[in-house]
Design a protein around this ligand. Structure first.
Ligand SMILES: Nc1ncnc2c1ncn2[C@@H]1O[C@H](COP(=O)(O)OP(=O)(O)O)[C@@H](O)[C@H]1O
Ligand SMILES: [Mg+2]
Length: 229
């Protein structure tokens, strides 16, 4: 599904250029659950941004379903991004909308009819375990629940892939593990999951493929990996 071929990324500007990725190659199959780990600055977010076609490699290729997405035309971008659900550390919820409305809004902006929205949103809230919080506002729910709303929103287009960048970064260990279990459940339902995290505890409990980055290079790629730096 995803293939990086000798990807190099140099961020220019600032006082010095930064080599964020250096000769990075890997491939991820459909329905895999893959964690990218490494210290802050190792290049994890840069990889996720390239999958989302938000950053381009300085050299090398990034393929999605065999298609080179580094040369994707602006016209093709919405279609590409609709295949991917995104989850971030800081939830990015709309504070003046309820849980239901936050999820519904993602469908409204894509022009879905109300009837479809009324049917779809409760189904998705059920999957993330938030049916009982549908009418609450973000300030009335916990951090873990906020991240569940963000995951629900990421699911509205039934994406083939979820990319989650430090989704547990603001959570206590118990809520964090709940979020990881939810991502594992979504993966079991057939969605590919790519996670970036520096949370050792989380990674060691997932027991799925772990790709370790150090200063922009892949130093380890193990199925059933552990966090080992
Ligand atoms: N937009 C940017 N401009 C310049 N440097 C950047 C930019 N984004 C990231 N970097 C640098 O690239 C390196 C990798 O960053 P990043 O991919 O965010 O790492 P991680 O997510 O593992 O913390 C870091 O040295 C970071 O400072
Ligand atoms: Mg990052």
């Amino acid at each position: 599904m995803i293939e990086f071929k000798s990807v190099k990324k140099i961020y220019t500007g600032g006082i010095m250029n930064t080599c964020a990725l250096d000769d990075v190659s890997f491939s991820i199959d459909e329905k895999e659950f893959v964690s990218f780990v490494g210290h802050s600055g190792a290049g994890k977010s840069t990889i996720l941004k390239m999958i989302y076609a938000e950053e381009k490699p300085s050299s090398g290729e990034v393929l999605f379903n065999g298609e080179d997405i580094t040369h994707i035309k602006p016209k093709g971008m919405p279609l590409h991004r609709r295949r991917i659900g995104t989850v971030f550390q800081d939830y990015k919820l709309l504070q003046k909308k309820t849980v239901f409305e936050n999820v519904a809004f993602a469908l409204e902006v894509s022009g879905y009819p109300n009837s479809e929205i009324r049917k779809s949103v409760p189904q998705i809230l059920e999957i993330v375990g938030l049916s009982n919080k549908a009418e609450n506002y973000p300030h009335e729910i916990s951090g873990g629940e906020k991240q569940r709303v963000a995951i629900a929103r990421a699911l509205v287009h039934r994406p083939a892939l979820i990319i989650a960048d430090e989704p547990t970064g603001n959570l206590d260990p118990i809520s964090a593990w709940g979020i990881i279990q939810l991502l594992m459940k979504i993966n079991k339902l057939g969605t590919t999951v790519v996670l970036a995290t520096h949370d050792k505890e989380v990674v060691n409990n997932i027991k799925r493929r772990v790709i370790t980055l150090d200063q922009g290079r892949i130093i380890r790629d193990h199925s059933k990996g552990r966090y080992a730096i």
